[in-house]
Design a protein around this ligand. Structure first.
Ligand code: A3P
Length: 295
């Protein structure tokens, strides 16, 4: 069994060909056997796509906009991370077993790795996708601050690693496309980070409709205010500041870093952008899934 120090800057392992942290690989049998409940709501994303934002919105909806209730614990305890397993911490599975229904469940798994129980129980799923240029920049900073990741190297090197699908959770292209194809089959709401930035009220209303819930105008306004980037950034229950520094070093980059669309423009060189566009076109060819690279 791994200790915490074995995990720091460790190379990735893999599950069914998808690169993943070795400590998560150790916990995989429990994840595969996970028993979902019919009223579980799954929040599925590729990393750095707005998972924490959507999680806070949903916890607020589930608590009818009660800000104090949503401060009861850190977001990673209120919305357990299904496949998470880190030495000396309760695993996602252990947290979920203790969580009363109706549960919110976070996962970054690609659709083909989702435990079968979610399908058997016909659970609702909300997926949020973000354009890959902002994802890769956000991921680059996250690799630096979250020590569970291997050293990302230079941005130029990390862009190649990302395009090759050799980052944790594998290819962004396969992830967004895989979940998009699933949209036809099931109870799945597919959202975009860029739409949430542009018109958060409209997107929250979509979520409410999908859940069959209604809230008053005042509650809606409270949800929107409380889940804004500025509010979430200073809220210890959403900004991950309670994670030990040895695991996440916010002095290298805060978890809620910039919260905008188009930050890639401050990082990509012209040549990197051309190469990325070319690669994007090749890997998204034939899909009716489209991304806004800025808003
Ligand atoms: P940046 O690094 O671009 O700032 P995840 O929760 O999936 O790990 O995604 C993290 C990204 O979402 C970070 O992006 C973070 O700042 C952004 N984010 C978190 N909360 C947000 C909010 N309320 N509004 C906008 N962006 C938010």
């Amino acid at each position: 069994t791994m200790g915490r120090e074995d995990m720091l800057r460790e190379e990735l392992g893999s599950i069914h060909g998808i690169p993943l942290y070795k400590s998560f690989v150790e916990g995989w049998p429990q994840v595969e056997a996970f028993q979902a409940r019919p009223d579980d709501l799954l929040i599925a994303t590729y990393p750095k796509s707005g998972t924490t934002w959507l999680s806070e919105i949903l916890d607020m909806i589930y608590h009818d906009g009660d800000v104090e209730k949503c401060r009861r614990d850190a977001i990673f305890n209120r919305v357990p991370f299904l496949e998470m397993k880190i030495p000396e911490m309760p695993s996602g599975i252990e947290l979920l077993e203790k969580t009363p229904s109706p549960r919110l469940v976070k996962t970054h798994l690609p659709v083909q790795l989702l435990p079968t129980s979610f399908r058997d129980k016909d659970c609702k799923v909300i997926y949020v996708a973000r354009n890959p240029k902002d994802v890769v920049i956000s991921y680059y900073y996250f690799y630096q601050m979250a020590k569970i990741h291997p050293d990302p190297g230079t941005l130029g090197e990390f862009l190649e690693t990302f395009m090759a699908g050799k980052v944790a959770y594998g290819s962004w292209y396969e992830h967004v496309r895989g979940w998009w194809e699933k949209k036809q089959e099931k109870q799945l709401l597919y959202l975009f980070y860029e739409d949430m930035k542009k018109d958060p009220q409209r997107e929250v209303q979509k979520i409410l409709q999908f859940l069959g819930k209604e809230v008053t105008e005042g509650t809606l306004a409270r949800i929107l205010h409380h889940t804004s980037f500025q509010e979430m950034r200073k809220n210890p229950a959403t900004n991950y500041e309670t994670i030990p520094t040895v695991l996440m070093d916010h002095s290298l980059s805060p978890f809620l870093r910039k919260g905008i669309s188009g930050d890639w423009k401050n990082h990509f060189t012209v040549a990197q952008n051309e190469r990325f566009d070319q690669h994007y076109q090749e890997h998204m060819a034939g899909s009716d899934l489209h991304f806004q690279m800025e808003v």
